[in-house]
Design a protein around this ligand. Sequence first.
Ligand code: NAP
Length: 266
Amino acid sequence: MSDQTQTDQTQTGQTQAEHRTAIVTGAARGIGAAVAKRLAADGLQVAVLDLDESACAAVVSEIEQAGGKALAVGVDVSDEAGVQAAVERVAAELGAPTVLINNAGIIRDNMLFKMTVDDWDAVMGVHLRGSFLMARACQKHMVDAKWGRIVNLSSTSALGNRGQANYSAAKAGLQGFTKTLAIELGRFGVTANAIAPGFIATDMTKATAERMGITFEQFLEGAAKEIPVGRVGLPEDIAATAAFLVREDAGFVSGQVIYVAGGPKA
Ligand code: NAP
């Protein structure tokens, strides 16, 4: 059995290949941090990427203290040369990245008539250009390994959301991007899927509450009332879905958008 096909029983009781290396972008906090920790618990080596390398230290140290292997890398995912250098560094110091979670994200919400070109470009730059650059840089390693998993973070906002013309367009764009990657890369053993979270309690939703002039607690309470399962989502809910999509035995799930929103719609 080769390294690539060897499997191991992991902390969560699933089979997962040894020696796989995952990159999670925007992983210093929020959903990305939860995904990084979950993948490490499942036996993957994890590169924790974020704008500020020092901000990744806490997640890396938590993974290492739990017996896992992780690497902090500072990079702006919208910077072409920076992305190339970051992916090469991960390959050299941790292993060929054959799992990619495109999670880094920002919001610049405003009603259309007040939205600036900078608001539009910044959101497109991180979500769409960033996911494209990361996927393009990692695909070579996946194709070489004849195995790979790409997971892109979309959102229920892809279905339309007031004040988010830029963000909803980017998140809908990511769904088309995902399906095209699935079509192009499937023959190389690479799957591509998108997770579209609903309301998840993170700094991003905290910032929205601040902008609305209400407390985070009021925002959470109001949101939970609208969600069929009666609660808002946690970063760990998204991590569990990502963990499934990157599993060895999820190889026939590709080109899908999984809404993780506590109910059938946003
Ligand atoms: P978050 O708490 O704001 O974390 C986002 C992370 O991405 C931050 O660590 C941020 O770094 C990093 N980042 C931003 N721009 C970057 C860039 N250019 N290069 C590298 N890293 C960058 O957000 P979250 O709530 O965890 O969301 C994670 C993903 O899920 C995003 O794609 C978001 O759109 C999506 N999502 C979230 C929700 C939700 O309810 N929270 C719902 C649907 C989808 P800094 O701290 O330095 O800014």
